[in-house]
Ligand binder design. Sequence first.
Ligand SMILES: Nc1ncnc2c1ncn2[C@@H]1O[C@H](COP(=O)(O)OP(=O)(O)OP(=O)(O)O)[C@@H](O)[C@H]1O
Length: 227
Amino acid sequence: MIPIIDVKNLKYSYKNGKIILDIKEFIVNKGEKIFLFGPSGCGKTTFLSTLAGIIPAHEGSLKVFGTEFIGAKTSVKDRIRGSQMGYIFQMFNLIPYLNVLDNILLPTKLNPKKREKLDNHALLIKCKEIAKALNIEHIFLKKANEISVGQQQRVAAARALLGSPKLIIADEPTSSLDAEAREMFLENLFAQCDAQKTTLIFVSHDKGLAKFFPRQIALPEINRAQI
Ligand SMILES: Nc1ncnc2c1ncn2[C@@H]1O[C@H](COP(=O)(O)OP(=O)(O)OP(=O)(O)O)[C@@H](O)[C@H]1O
């Protein structure tokens, strides 16, 4: 079996040259749900951004769906991210003046591969299915800046799930929710991931969520960089 993510001796530094990531090994297999945690500033977002090919790591090996990302062209990484991954950003990255439905559909407009060969009608049905599971169907026509933070987080999750990505990377997607809403959000996300056989890498500094995940990894334990 080819791992979905296969990291060996990965190094990353920002322009100032300070090494932020120095990871000997990190392997993620298909269908896993991984909880990646660590204190603020330990490199979680940086690590996720390298895995998604948003920022380029320069040293070591980072294979994503079998493709080597180190030294790969931006277009290759963009294609893999666009067609195989859903990314839930820390700040959600919703477009405030678009309504909920258009925000969810946005990646399918930007990246035709996310459409799974669905026509507009089928896409809308799929979108409604996911929105229903995440309990945001009733706010489809509201603008993103008119809904609550918890609703925005679920819209961001729906957007990442549409297109049945093989991998979801979620960066602190529950940080603005209270404990009850957080667990509900996780339950919904897990159900959707199970239904679509999606692998999940979920980052949080909230260790209370760790118990819900079959595998937990403390980033400082696998990261040799002294930040
Ligand atoms: N664009 C950048 N240029 C230089 N240094 C950066 C940049 N972005 C982040 N850093 C530094 O890299 C380190 C890791 O930051 P990162 O955002 O990855 O941590 P984090 O664990 O996600 O933090 P948080 O939980 O607060 O979001 C920090 O020391 C930060 O100051």
